[in-house]
Design a protein around this ligand. Structure first.
Ligand SMILES: C[S@@+](CC[C@H](N)C(=O)[O-])C[C@H]1O[C@@H](n2cnc3c(N)ncnc32)[C@H](O)[C@@H]1O
Length: 202
């Protein structure tokens, strides 16, 4: 999927567009939704979770500002599709999923399709310190507040892309960066709707 809908979101990075063209989204959705896999909308993947809208995946991937060889952390593996896009862009991808069955399924399809992504089941609130620091971190669930550990695991100048706001409503997609003096800045990338960021034990 790489067409006018991505361009409408203002995506121009050829690496992102090529990844969107090559990753087979239908392989990341349940069988009964495959016919709808190339529409520009989210789809259910079970457990009350969704695979995100492709144009939003493309926009968030571009906003991360990463490329071949960069180390990226995703929180919220879900179907594994966003991780596959980042892997197809040449990134070294680590992804965390809180629902064990989704993590298992995501790992299976990523392996089957040959994407070298490291998947784990955990609460992504704490990031993944053993692989930190990262050239970019992308969160694909809506957090009420920005998890501090994720900011700490960014390299200087790297971006954290995260939807921030109340569960069940619209959230603000934020691009958060930290400079070499430790100054944190936050840019508003627009309104989005994501499933909630949950914590272990909820
Ligand atoms: C919108 S879905 C992810 C879509 C996914 N990126 C894809 O490409 O299919 C959000 C995912 O975040 C997961 N999630 C929510 N809270 C989490 C947390 N604290 N740690 C890790 N994963 C979490 C949910 O279980 C869900 O699978």
């Amino acid at each position: 999927m790489a067409d006018s809908r991505i361009v409408t979101r203002g995506v121009t990075d050829p690496n992102v567009i090529e990844a969107m063209r090559t990753v087979p989204r239908h392989r990341f959705v349940p069988d009964d939704n495959r016919a709808a896999a190339y529409g520009d909308h989210p789809l259910p993947i079970g457990y009350g979770q969704t695979i995100s809208q492709p144009s939003l995946v493309a926009m968030m991937s571009e906003a991360l500002g990463v490329g071949p060889g960069d180390k990226v952390l995703e929180i919220g593996a879900g179907s594994g599709y966003q991780a596959a896009i980042l892997s197809a862009m040449g990134c070294e991808v680590y992804t965390v999923e809180i629902i064990p069955d989704l993590a298992t399924r995501a790992k299976a399809i990523l392996d089957e399709l040959g994407y070298q992504v490291t998947v784990t089941t955990a609460d992504g609130y704490i990031g993944w310190s053993e692989h930190a620091p990262f050239d970019g971190i992308i969160v694909t669930a809506a957090a009420e507040q920005v998890p501090g550990p994720l900011i700490e695991q960014l390299k200087d100048g790297a971006a954290l892309i995260i939807p921030v706001g109340p569960a069940g409503g619209a959230q603000t997609l934020r691009k958060i960066t930290i400079d070499e003096d430790g100054l944190v800045s936050s840019k508003n990338l627009g309104l989005v709707r994501f499933v909630p960021f949950t914590r272990t034990g909820e």
